[in-house]
Design a protein. Structure first.
Length: 178
């Protein structure tokens, strides 16, 4: 049951963030994403590791989306408050991090699949936000798509590597329990 709550909760947070950002409102998405992350963390048996993932994901989001915003390759709806990326999209990164040891735990045992998932899924999610909601505008479509693919692929590699390290022993976990 927790699997479905996590999976559907993240999807709901994504739709709230993207849908309201498209209407010029950042705060409902920020509240939805941070609420989802807090609820997941509160119920998590891996709180310390989840916090490490959220911190790493926030750094990835600030760098990747900040670079895309600074270059003008992407333009975000509801761009303020900016951190340098809009706060609503940075909050989405925090919410996404809270899926990695929960509904998307299967990726932890498959780092290559995680990289491919990020490299393809990242650009597709942004494309969905652009085409379905006008929450993002691809000003330089080829460059932005390539950077999103590379950035999300790298972010997934990094996040999976962080999730696989056991903080108690600093040993890499070879298997992930279901």
């Amino acid at each position: 049951m927790r699997f479905w709550i996590n999976l559907l909760g993240y999807q709901a947070a994504w739709f709230v963030a993207v849908g309201f950002a498209a209407r010029g409102l950042a705060w409902p998405g920020i509240v939805a994403c941070l609420g989802f992350a807090a609820l997941t963390w509160w119920q998590s048996p891996r709180r310390r590791s989840d916090l490490r993932l959220v911190a790493a994901a926030l750094a990835c989001g600030l760098l990747l989306d900040g670079a895309l915003a600074a270059t003008g390759w992407l333009a975000y709806a509801a761009p303020l408050p900016a951190l340098p990326a809009p706060a609503w999209i940075v909050a989405l990164w925090a919410a996404f991090a809270m899926t990695l040891q929960h509904s998307m735990q299967w990726l932890l045992a498959r780092p290559l699949a995680a990289v491919l998932f990020g490299a393809m899924g990242g650009p597709l999610a942004y494309s969905g936000a652009a085409r379905g909601f006008d929450a993002v505008v691809f000003n330089m479509p080829l460059q932005a798509t390539l950077l999103l693919g590379f950035g999300w692929g790298f972010a997934m590699w990094l996040l999976v590597a962080i999730a696989r390290v056991d903080p108690a022993t600093t040993l890499v976990q070879r298997e992930v329990s279901a």
